[in-house]
Write a protein that binds this ligand. Structure first.
Ligand SMILES: [Zn+2]
Length: 469
């Protein structure tokens, strides 16, 4: 009987506070059992040579949509292919949005079973709330189902959400939801867009002279996002809620959150890989249609500055696996959204390092911060003894050409087709098991459900107590 299951030898390991450190990682029972000098004796069943590769906490993708209709994962294929894409890109845990107008007890049960049948990553859920019954059930969702973060679409007014089966809501609904989640130690994840202004702008003749993505951006300009963020941030402060602005796309949106946060701390900002690496001028054309839209390069630069100075908390993918056939239309009728969980870590890390953003900040935004905000820390998001052995082993001087045929996703395209990055994922370990080994996908997916009873301010407070313990 060996003392340890696995020894990762000769890597440079990212340790919080110390940065990259030459050390060996010992794994036992799915957890990190030791971080030792490479010369230290240790009796492990298997030793894997890392030859100077970089060992990071596995990435956590806080923003994923699964299932053929992007509302819920329903079968093994929904779970298997998209989580394969994720682990191939160094993601070890993902938080998936479930969307339904029905009460969530049954929906949650079925989605969890679908994921347990074939997820390569560990996974948790956020619920999209749309009815008063949902809001009343929040305390039960938190305690019994372990879901403590709740999205609602500020843009689902009237029948705007009908195509996804969601009823319209209003600011009264938002006010109730904020107060209820605050009392339950949970968080609200608003999709911030003022749809009434979008409706008005749609009446103008679109200007397609600068390409389809620029035209799309002009129908949903940054002020649409910034106004909604301003409103939800103000009401969060008034109700004592934690609010997490998903997929922040613009300088204006980021500025509003920064400003509001000086008066009220429990406000958080997520951006996405695509706002950091694509613009309205990108070659992807209609494949890059998404809401909020891709922006001009000045917004991309502002988001990088926000990531570097800490005003951006997390990077997510907003992954969605609708097939490419939904995209191959004009900009007005193509579906919005695209796959991205597989490129979140390589592109954010590669582009961030190229820009001189410290590795510390990039690890924070792609892993640690999400773990802390969503009640997963210190089990996830950090390499330390006792934490799950969720690791992304990467070559920072590799060559990685992004191509849809290596992404596993059922979407069968990527807006980053042909993009290159220096970051190549060599191995991905989920609780000590190789989900990806030497770049090859494992064939025994065993992701488990992550029960999370706190998010936002209460989760950060608990993480802080852990840190000082
Ligand atoms: Zn989304």
């Amino acid at each position: 009987m060996n003392a340890y299951d696995l020894r990762l030898h000769g890597g440079r390991v990212f340790l919080h506070g110390a940065g990259l450190t030459t050390a060996d990682v010992l794994v036992g029972d799915g957890r990190i059992a030791g971080i030792v000098d490479p010369a230290a004796p240790a009796d492990a069943a298997e030793t894997v040579e890392l030859k100077g590769a970089t060992v990071l906490p596995g990435a956590i993708d806080p923003h994923v949509h699964l299932g053929k209709d992007i509302r819920v994962p329903r079968d093994r294929e929904d779970a298997e292919r998209e989580t394969a894409s994720a682990v191939a890109g160094g993601v070890t845990s993902m938080l998936v949005y479930l969307m339904s107008a029905d009460p969530y007890d049954q929906v949650h049960h079925a989605a969890r079973a679908a994921m347990e049948s074939g997820a390569h990553t560990d996974f948790g859920f956020h619920f999209v709330l749309g009815t008063d019954e949902h809001v009343r059930a929040v305390p039960d969702y938190v305690r019994e189902l372990g879901v403590s973060s709740f999205k609602f679409f500020m843009n689902f007014r009237g029948d705007e959400g009908a195509y996804l089966g969601m009823p319209g809501n209003d600011d009264g609904f938002m006010y109730d939801l904020l107060g209820t989640t605050a009392d339950a130690g949970a968080m609200v994840n608003p999709h911030p867009e003022n749809i009434e202004i979008v409706w008005r702008l749609r009446k103008d003749q679109p200007d397609e002279s600068q390409g389809p993505l620029h035209a799309w951006h002009q129908t949903r300009p940054p002020l649409v996002e910034a106004e909604a963020e301003q409103r939800v941030a103000y009401l969060a402060a008034a109700t004592g809620a934690s609010a997490y602005a998903v997929h922040t796309s613009s300088a204006a949106g980021l500025d509003v959150m920064r400003m509001q946060r000086t008066a009220y701390p429990h406000l958080y900002v997520e951006t996405c890989t695509h706002y950091l690496t694509l613009t309205t001028a990108s070659a992807c054309g209609v494949y890059g249609k998404v809401n909020p839209p891709l922006r001009p390069s000045s917004d991309r630069e502002a988001l990088w500055a926000g990531l570097a100075d800490g005003s951006v908390d997390t990077v997510g993918s907003d992954h969605n696996a609708r097939h490419r056939s939904f995209k191959e239309k004009d900009i007005w009728s193509a579906s919005a959204g695209f796959p991205g969980t597989g490129v979140m870590l390589p592109l954010t890390l590669g582009e961030g390092l190229r820009r001189g953003v410290p590795l510390e900040r990039l690890v924070h935004a792609t892993s640690t911060r999400a773990a802390k905000l969503f009640g997963l820390y210190p089990r996830k998001g950090v390499i330390r003894v006792g934490s799950d052995a969720d690791l992304a082993v990467v070559d920072l001087d590799g060559e990685n050409v992004i191509a849809a045929d290596r992404q596993y996703s059922a979407a069968a395209y990527t807006p980053w087709e042909g993009h290159t990055t220096d970051v190549r994922v060599l191995h991905t370990l989920v609780r000590g098991r190789f989900a990806v080994r030497d770049g090859l996908l494992g064939d025994d997916p065993r992701g488990v459900y992550l029960h999370r009873e706190r998010s936002g301010a209460t989760a950060l407070a608990a993480a802080g107590r852990e840190e000082t313990a």
